[in-house]
Each structure stands twice: as structure tokens, then as C-alpha cells.
Design a protein around this ligand. Sequence first.
Ligand code: NAD
Ligand code: LMR
Ligand code: MG
Length: 519
Amino acid sequence: MSVARFPPYLANTDHHQRCLAQFRSKSVALEKYIYLDGLKGRDANLFYEMLLGNMSEIIPILYTPTVGEACVQYSHIWRRPEGLYVSIEDKGRIRDVLASWPNADEGRIAVVTDGSRILGLGDLGANGLPISIGKLDLYVAGAGIKPSSTIPICLDLGTNTQRYLDDPLYIGVRRLRPTTEEMDAFMDEFMQAMSDVFPKLLVQFEDFSTDNAFRYLDRYRYRYRVFNDDIQGTGSVILSGFINAARLSSGASGRPLSDHRILFFGAGSAGIGVAKQLLSFFTRLGVPLEEAKSRIYTVDTKGLITADRKGLQEHKKFFARTDYDGPPLTKLVDIIRHVKPTALLGLSTLKNAFTEDVVTAMSALNARPILFPLSNPIHLSELEYADAIACPYDPITHGDTRHEPGQGNNMYIFPGIGLGAILSRTRHISDGMIEQAAVALASSLDAEEHASGLVYPRLGRIRALSARIALAVVRQAQKEGLDANRYLRTLADEDLLGLIQDKMWQPRTTRRAVSAARL
Ligand SMILES: NC(=O)c1ccc[n+]([C@@H]2O[C@H](COP(=O)([O-])OP(=O)(O)OC[C@H]3O[C@@H](n4cnc5c(N)ncnc54)[C@H](O)[C@@H]3O)[C@@H](O)[C@H]2O)c1
Ligand SMILES: O=C(O)C[C@H](O)C(=O)O
Ligand SMILES: [Mg+2]
């Protein structure tokens, strides 16, 4: 019998570099995803070491946009069990299913999706698990959350997508999604079981269809430690980007933040989530609620959302306009001419919706309009900015100016919120914590990033950013009396920041790991 052993010279080579070369040798993004997933199964430490050392190259593979493709194809590329599936067929014994997770007492953060609205790709059913896995990889990379304390979960409740029901390799239960009553009963049992089995857990809801995203956030946010990334994480990160973009766009004119008029193209969980975050920020700046609300306009597939529209979904009612009674405004350019917005935010899933006409109309109204095309994956973005959109992480040169495109993505925010919530042992995640996270991110641009005209800091600094966000979250939890970890109250900011940084998990370097294994 032969025994596998390391070649004796391995300690002198850098296995990290070998893996990186193997990763780079794959020309297809999905192949890179499969390679990285295999590496994680073989050597998680090395996987995270590679991720941390090459974030701008690897994040677009593990996360948006390639993770979208991995989800669409998941039943076909599946190689090994990962994460946790909790099925509708487990109803009545969900606690036992959760308790099968190894080291339950270590659990600190779970990302939970039901696969019903993965990015802008629709209902992918049980194929949605990679979105939870990818978000948790970013918790590890971005905030140093210990990998063994993360729990990726996909609720396997069926799918209404016929092509998956017809696919012989489909990995999930082969049934249509449950009724609202059935789903509520399942979710109640699931959330109670989660808090029993993992008492220290923070739950992040991810990519639930719009109605359920709002419904389960409202239902559980004060009962358990839970937040919704698409509503609140996106709200926070876009508020942060808006604060910095407004500063850039106002130039010397010094237009106050609350003087902006903001048009949301897309009024789903993300659009309305961001709109509510901006509204509450403006009111905190002292703008009366009705006035702040009057500065926000929303658009869906039927055009400008007005209160007189029949059968308006619940989540669209709050921002529906009562001051327009002309013929329905359906074309975006006409809506822009009517609203005269200073900022246009795309969260619609409609590829290339910001046409040249749209950009021209915005530019005619503003010396430097704010345009945020935010839909995912990148190929569904509302605006193609030359090759910038094909790869949002590479700089491009336009005329004499070098532009560094990036996407305001909730990945800037959730790792820091998670870390702050874990360390403070907050009872729940408050609106104030979400807002303070945004303010901390907005004020984290360094001098060079300011000089380069960036709206968001560079991703390579994500751990430093997450530490500042976590600090702001801890302080806000203390201010609201939500923190169970009272010791942190005794620390000055500088010491608390130091403690937060010390708590971040680091992968061992491969070289040290190999030497240790040989001792
Ligand atoms: N950048 C980020 O951090 C971030 C965060 C969350 C969501 N998103 C992306 O935003 C998009 C929307 O997410 P969501 O959760 O709000 O989805 P959703 O399905 O809840 O909402 C989509 C909204 O867009 C509207 N819409 C769709 N087609 C349209 C059209 N042709 N014209 C006008 N409006 C149209 C719909 O009516 C709906 O209001 C997705 O692509 C998602 O990936 C990005
Ligand atoms: O997953 C992302 O990239 C952002 C966001 O959560 C989304 O659903 O699009
Ligand atoms: Mg999402």
C-alpha cells in the first residue's frame, strides 16, 4: 500500500503560487469558481489565504458576477455537500436538521436564502446555495469572521421555475413553492429552531423574493438577531455612496444633501430599501418627513408609481406619488423630464435601461448627475460604461482621465455590520446601526481616494473599512442599550478599534502551515 506524503521539497516552495497559477490557467470564469470551491474543500486555510491576497481578482469569481452563473448551474456543477439545506419536507423536525451541523456552539453568522430571487436571475430554487456561501466568504475575507463560525443555508422550499422542475439533475425538492400560510409556518419553526440551536447567531436574509423579504424582516427583526441584506445592507451601502457622490456632484455649489431629488428605477426590495434609508437619513438631518419623502420618486415596470394606481403592492405604497394626475408616465426619459432628478438609481434588473437619451437628459439637468446602475449580475446592469461594466474592478482611461469604476455593493457593509453585531452581542440590528455603518463607510475614504474622486474606498482595504464600520455599529448598539457585551463600553475608540482588529481571523501562511505539519 502506498502512503501519500508531501514531497520533501514542498516546504521550500510556495504552494499558494502554484494554486494561483492553476486558478489563472482556467480561461472560463465558472471553471475558476469550480477550482476555488475544490481548493476550499481540500485546504480551506490556503483558499482564504489566496482570497485575501488577491481580492480584486477572486471576488468577482466567488461573488457577483460569477456566483450568479454558479447558482444557475449549481445542480450540474455540484461536487460535494457544502452548507446546509433545510427542506420543506423537514417541517416538524427542523431543530434536528440544524443540530446536525458540526460545532453548533461555534455558529455566529448564517446567511439564509430561499433561492427565490437570486440577484436579478429570478427563482433558482435550491440552486441558490452558492449565494449564501459567497456572502460568507466575504465575511471571512472582509471582516475576519472565523470560517468555522459561518453557516451557509438554503431553504429548499421548491421552485416556480419550470425548467428546474423538468431538469433531471435538479438538486432540490421537485415541487412548486408553498402558499404564504405554509411558508409562514415553516419560517416560524425555522427561526425558533435557529435561535435554540445557535443561540449566538446573527441571521442575514438574502435574496428572498420582494414580498417575503419585507415580510420576514418585519416579522422577525425584533424577535431575533436578523437583518435583510438586500433591503438594509443595500440601503446602507448606497446611502454611503450617495453621501460621497453628492459631495462630488455639488462641487463648489455646496448643495445640501437633503436638497437632492432622487429617482429610483426599480421599486423592489433593494429600491425601496435604499429609498427608506435615504429618507430616514434626511429626516435625521432635520428635514421634515413629508418634505424628505417628496424628494423621492419610484418607478417600476408600469412607470412612475402613483398612489391612484390600482392593485399597488404593499411595499410600493409609501413612496407612491400623490402630486401627479396626468397620463401615466412610462418612459424613463419622460419621467426624468417631469421629476428633474439630481440622482438616478437603478435597481431594476433591466440591462442597459440607462440609454444615451437617459444619460443626456440627466446631464441636461445637472452639471454632474449622480447615476448608480446597481443591478446584478453585471450583465444586467442598467448602464454599460465601456468595458468598465464588463469588469467593474479594472481601471479604464477615457480621454486624458483615468477612471476607476466600481460598484456600490452591499459587500462593503455586511461584513462590518456582522463583526460589530457579534462583538457587541447586540440584541437586534437597529436602523441606527445600519445608518451609522453607512456614515462610517462614507467617511473612510483616504486622502488618495478623495483625490482620485472615488465614491467608495478601494476594496483592498476592506478589513480596515470593516473595522471602522464594526466600531460604529458597536457604539450605536451601546447608545441604544442593545449591547450585552458591556466591557466594550469601557474602551476608548482607539482601544476598541485595536480590539476589533485583533479579533479578526487570519489564515496561517501556507509556508508556516507546511513547516508545522512537518515538525
Ligand atoms: N448593488 C447591490 O449591492 C445590490 C443590492 C441588492 C440588489 N441588487 C440588484 O438590484 C436588482 C433588484 O433587486 P430587488 O431585490 O429590488 O429585486 P426585485 O425583483 O424586488 O425588484 C425589481 C424592481 O424593478 C422593477 N423593474 C423590473 N423590470 C423593470 C422595467 N423593465 N422597467 C422598470 N422597472 C422594472 C420591478 O417592477 C421591481 O420593482 C437585482 O438585479 C439585484 O441583484 C444590487
Ligand atoms: O449579491 C450581490 O452582489 C448584491 C446583492 O445582494 C444582490 O442581490 O444583488
Ligand atoms: Mg442579495
